[in-house]
Design a binder for this molecule. Structure first.
Ligand code: C5P
Length: 226
């Protein structure tokens, strides 16, 4: 049986990818499956936490037992749902693949190809960084965890990148996933590093997304205790 070491904690986990509409039938999206975020939510509930899962798009995954799932589509919807849930949360984990940009205009009709007009161009506008906003509005005692997907390996500067990102984002813990070469996205297993704002760093060996989730919650529990 799992420890009930997260009993009494209210946690928010975001998962999956956002979709940014171009017109009524098209969107810009990404390859996030949502599996890592769902695993984090499921493991937290199993360990006794009260869990809100803010779920974007991904595989059609069943709601993890004992969690309150809020489905969202765009980055702006995810932002509203995360901030609403975070207002009363002890821990927020941003595992979602939030689109950095959205089409600047959402056309109200289906974009058509025409012979007398030039082909359309897509102008992008920056989405808010939800993680940075969480850090800015942090409640006292709230623990904030970010994810970073980086290509390459530790020798190719992934860790340097990740250290810089942890500082820049101001979160307490950063989970770094090594991606590319078929890693992390749309697969069952994950690997990487867990960086803490106090300088602690540990590798997360290749394992299931549930295993990574357990490692992250161990680190969160440890972080809260100090
Ligand atoms: O900067 P980058 O996109 O690599 O940062 C990833 C982290 O920031 C993830 O935790 C992701 O959920 C979060 N993020 C966010 N809002 C954005 C973009 C990323 O909260 N607009």
């Amino acid at each position: 049986a799992l420890p009930r070491d997260l009993e009494g904690l209210r946690v928010v986990v975001s998962a999956g990818g956002t979709r940014e509409p171009l017109d009524p039938v098209r969107f810009l999206g990404n390859r996030s499956s949502g599996k890592q975020g769902y695993a984090l939510a499921r493991v937290a509930a199993q360990r006794g936490a009260e869990v809100t899962l803010v779920a974007g798009h991904g595989n059609e995954l069943p709601a993890p037992a004992g969690t309150d799932v809020r489905h969202v589509s765009t980055a702006l919807e995810m932002r509203d749902a995360v901030h609403e849930a975070a207002a009363a949360a002890d821990v927020v984990i941003m595992a979602a693949a939030v689109a950095d940009f959205r089409p600047a205009t959402r056309v109200e009709y289906k974009i058509k190809k025409t012979d007398d007009q030039p082909d359309p161009a897509i102008t992008l506008e920056r989405n808010p960084d939800i993680l940075a906003e969480l850090v800015e509005n942090r409640k006292i005692g709230q623990t904030i965890v970010g994810f970073a997907a980086e290509t390459g390996d530790e020798h190719a500067g992934v860790l340097d990148h990740a250290r810089a990102k942890l500082k820049r984002k101001g979160c307490d813990l950063l989970v770094v996933n090594a991606v590319g070469d078929g890693r992390a996205f749309e697969v069952e297993e994950n690997q990487g590093w867990l960086l803490s704002a106090d300088g602690a760093e540990r590798p997360i060996p290749l394992g299931s997304k549930s295993h990574l989730a357990a490692t992250v919650w161990d680190a969160v529990a440890e972080f809260i205790k100090r």
